[in-house]
Design a protein. Structure first.
Length: 673
């Protein structure tokens, strides 16, 4: 992202353009009943050591101060990124300069590392691609890891380099003669080779566009494909992770908070691209994230908690908030409290240009700080997230199996007006009666902790709640599911790495029916299984679950997802053909054929978009409508046996334009051609 200092005119104009308010929430609105079901058998991803992170910037005088380091440690922050967004592409570490930018005193690399060590975290360093060289980056690795022995593991090559003007909008410095993704990817290979020659243990990251966000999916003039396709094809085989950034747009809290629904599609597409183009599963790091509404008030905290937990659950190994300190923007009341439109987690203590409004004292935590702190209380490194489902879309739920045998549940009430009473239902886990309950409600200045029930919890309006449960096994009941334990699976190393689980152990195979329930398919003792009676054209998610001799869950695989093909034969067939595409819109035709022996007197075709950002704008030769991701195409004409008809439409999208995988004609699943 371009530097977000309050003194930048471009940022001031951007901030001034954002308008929307939310009314203050009543403190004690009527409760509504909600059921949250946690399925401890349906494992998601394990929390990485670097999962919870933040950004530092060299224009922040307080970057390496003890006070800041201690606040980050208190919030459970485990990763700190340096030297700061777009400044990375003008920063020269050896002489601590950034031509064209401001470098604050006491922000050099050693000062930054002192703060990282005091906070008990690790560094993520962005090497200068825009105005630097591979040799400069390699020298930085040598200084950091050979001379100073800092042990910096993660190194990015540049920051948002697709923003160099190649796609029409330019904020990122890039002095190379060629601004194309091909040139970037080719130099990334040079950077990776030079840097790993110094320290082969480091991990190198390449910049990717975020699915669903500009300029993802666009092919610029002279390019053979989009940014991600080119970068992953050329640099993917030599790098270790892909870098995405995410600043979801929205003029209201409700609009922004709903954007976390996109995360599953976003991460799935990055994984699919890396497997197909790089030939391997790359790690994924979200090294910048923030919200466009309520940055310092409760909407920002709710978004932070949900975004971090959702990203981590889908396997993003590092999530970094932008940023620790930033500066005052457009001041307004949001959710009953003053919002300074400051991207920072902590107050900079400054005032607006007129001097009429000032922030709280320096380093006062804003609401998102507590949202991130709540995520750290919810899931620690080594814990494994499991699925959780809520009956209320305004109550977001996440759950994690803890390495100590406990179970934690993160509950986010996005309703600004009403409390919720949640009935907790646990599948595969028996909890002791009592629980520790952490709460951060609208207007609070810190997280409160109390003792509560393991089955029922009340969520205040606009609040974040973490419920920490202990297994009833600790008081005589069955033990909790946990990582492999002695006496169960003996090969601890192999047990944590699918597809090579320990040999000789029998696994239960569970199919994910929805976000909270599973049905057992059968058992297997190897790394393959056979499933029968699958519905064609349907996505399935499965988990392998191992139990020890006492019947306790001792290991579960990460989720394994696959999609079955369409049926070999059917009474209908559909051909999808895209004729025109201009980057965020397209024209396509559907040819619909009645391959049966009977006429269809009036027909309705339905399909579902694979992502949440695809939309039918208009259509012809039929009546087109869309609800959510489901599209309905209807025509009153009779479609005779063996006859075909064509219906076309104009579509819009904000990322990869993924074709639907199955179509239903009058309720019958069709073959695709």
């Amino acid at each position: 992202m371009r530097p977000r200092l309050a003194v930048l005119p471009a940022l001031a104009a951007l901030v001034a353009a954002q308008v929307a308010l939310t009314a203050g929430a009543p403190a004690h609105a009527a409760d509504s009943a909600v059921t949250v079901t946690v399925n401890t058998r349906a494992g998601l991803e394990v929390v990485d050591e670097a999962a919870t992170g933040v950004n530092h910037a060299i224009w922040d005088t307080h970057l390496g101060s003890d006070a800041v380091a201690d606040l980050l440690k208190d919030a459970g922050v485990k990763a700190m990124r340096y030297p700061g967004g777009s400044y990375s592409d003008i920063y020269h570490w050896a002489d601590h300069t950034a031509p064209g930018g401001y470098v604050a005193p006491n922000t050099d690399f050693d000062t930054f590392m002192r703060g990282v060590r005091r906070a008990g975290g690790q560094a993520i360093v962005t090497a200068n691609y825009g105005t630097g060289t591979a040799e400069e980056a390699a020298a930085w690795v040598r200084y950091a890891n050979v001379e100073k022995r800092y042990g910096v593991k993660y190194w990015e090559i540049g920051n948002e380099n697709y923003g160099n003007g190649h796609y029409g909008s330019g904020w990122e410095a890039d002095h190379h003669p060629d601004k194309s993704p091909t040139y970037y990817a080719t130099l990334v290979r040079d950077y990776a080779t030079a840097m790993k020659a110094v320290d082969p243990t480091i991990k190198i990251g390449a910049v990717l566009t975020t699915p669903g966000e500009w300029p993802d999916g666009i092919t610029a003039a002279g390019d053979s494909a989009s940014w991600n396709e080119v970068v992953l094809s050329i640099a993917g085989p030599v790098v270790d992770f892909g870098i995405i950034h995410w600043y979801p747009s929205g003029d209201t809290a409700a609009q922004v908070l709903a954007k976390t629904d996109r995360v599953k599609d976003q991460i799935a597409l990055v994984r699919e691209q890396s497997r197909r183009l790089a030939g391997k599963d790359l790690g994924i790091a979200l090294t910048e994230v923030n919200t466009s509404f309520g940055r310092n008030t409760q909407p920002g905290a709710l978004f932070a908690a949900d975004a971090y937990a959702t990203m981590i659950g889908h396997g993003v190994f590092n999530v970094d908030w932008w940023n620790v300190h930033n500066g005052i923007g457009q001041v307004r009341e949001i959710a009953g409290h003053t919002d300074y439109d400051d991207y920072g987690l902590l107050s900079s203590g400054g005032c607006n240009a007129e001097g009429t409004v000032c922030q709280p004292a320096l380093n006062t935590p804003f609401a998102p700080y507590h949202g991130i702190a709540m995520v750290s209380k919810f899931a620690r490194p080594g814990d494994q997230l499991v699925t959780a489902a809520s009956t209320d879309p305004l109550v977001r739920s996440h759950a994690a199996r803890r390495t100590d045998g406990g179970l934690s549940v993160l509950l986010i009430n996005q309703d600004p007006d009403a409390a919720r009473t949640v009935d907790l239902r646990l599948a595969g886990y028996t909890a002791a009666a009592g629980a520790t309950v952490h709460t951060f409600a609208n207007g609070d200045t810190g997280i409160t902790t109390a003792t509560g029930s393991s089955s029922t919890v009340t969520l205040p309006p606009y609040s974040i709640t973490t419920v920490l449960l202990k297994p009833s096994g600790s008081v005589g009941g069955p033990a909790a599911p946990a990582r492999p334990v002695a006496g169960g699976i003996t090969d601890r190393t192999a047990a944590l790495s699918w597809p090579a689980p320990p040999a000789g152990v029998k696994y239960e195979v569970h199919r994910r029916v929805d976000g909270a329930h599973t049905e057992q398919w059968g058992e297997t003792t190897g790394t393959t299984f056979t499933a029968a009676n699958l519905v064609p054209g349907t996505e399935y998610t499965v988990n392998l679950v191992a139990r020890d001799n006492a019947g306790r869950v001792s290991w579960s695989s990460p989720p394994l997802t696959f999609t079955t093909g369409t049926p070999a034969t059917s009474t209908c067939a559909v051909t999808y053909k895209e004729s025109t595409n201009w980057g965020n819109g397209f024209v396509a035709d559907l040819q619909i054929t009645n391959t049966g022996t009977r006429p269809a007197a009036g027909w309705t075709l339905t399909y579902t978009w694979p992502t949440t950002w695809q939309q039918v704008s208009s259509g012809w030769n039929a009546t087109w409508s869309q609800a959510g991701t489901k599209v309905t195409v209807g025509n009153t004409a009779t479609l005779a046996a063996g006859e075909s008809t064509t219906a076309g439409f104009v579509g819009a999208y904000q990322g990869p334009n993924v074709h639907p995988v199955k179509y239903f004609l009058n309720g019958t699943l069709c073959t695709t051609r």
